[in-house]
Design a protein around this ligand. Structure first.
Ligand code: ZN
Length: 166
């Protein structure tokens, strides 16, 4: 089942109804033929390390408010993924980063209130500036991997523990 919080056609404002297109039931407009193809959300997250410690942020919003995650966020429409990673680093940590190697690509689901989507994890090098929490994060900290705080997302935790859970 494809989730949809749309009840009306964004093109002509007629009610949407489920009908089959490309093998699945999708919200569709009987009046104008519009079909809503739900797309996965694309996210980027950054592994920024200094002196054997990794930079984590405590989340100020749900899902998982109060728990810790790698800096990151959603890729905007038309935005290059590496630009999105650098932008999210700047918004959430105040750091100018050089986005480095791709660590991997993983799927995530909405078991804890996230949207279904695709997560890209990058290594990143930060400038020497002191990080300052912003956007979705309320606090930042450097942590060694054997003394991690409560991590918000299982996928982030597996990355931090060096597991390749795909
Ligand atoms: Zn329509």
């Amino acid at each position: 089942m494809i989730p949809s919080d749309w009840n009306f056609c964004p093109r002509c404002a007629s009610p949407l109804a489920l009908s089959e297109h490309d093998g699945r039931l999708r919200p569709s407009c009987v009046a104008c033929g519009f079909v809503y193809f739900a797309d996965p959300k694309v996210t980027v997250a950054l592994l920024i390390e200094q002196g054997g410690q990794v930079l984590l942020g405590r989340r100020g919003i749900n899902p998982q408010q109060g728990l810790w995650s790698l800096p990151g966020g959603f890729v905007d429409y038309g935005e290059r993924v590496r630009d999105a990673a650098a932008r999210e680093a700047w918004e959430e940590t105040g750091l100018t980063v050089q986005v480095g190697d791709l660590l991997g690509v993983w799927d995530f689901d909405d078991t804890i209130g996230e949207k279904k989507g695709i997560a890209l994890f990058f290594r990143a090098e930060a400038d020497e500036a002191e990080p300052v929490a912003g956007d979705d994060l309320v606090e930042l900290g450097w942590f060694s991997r054997d003394a991690l705080p409560p991590i918000a997302f299982p996928l982030h935790e597996s990355i931090l523990r060096g597991e390749n859970k795909r």
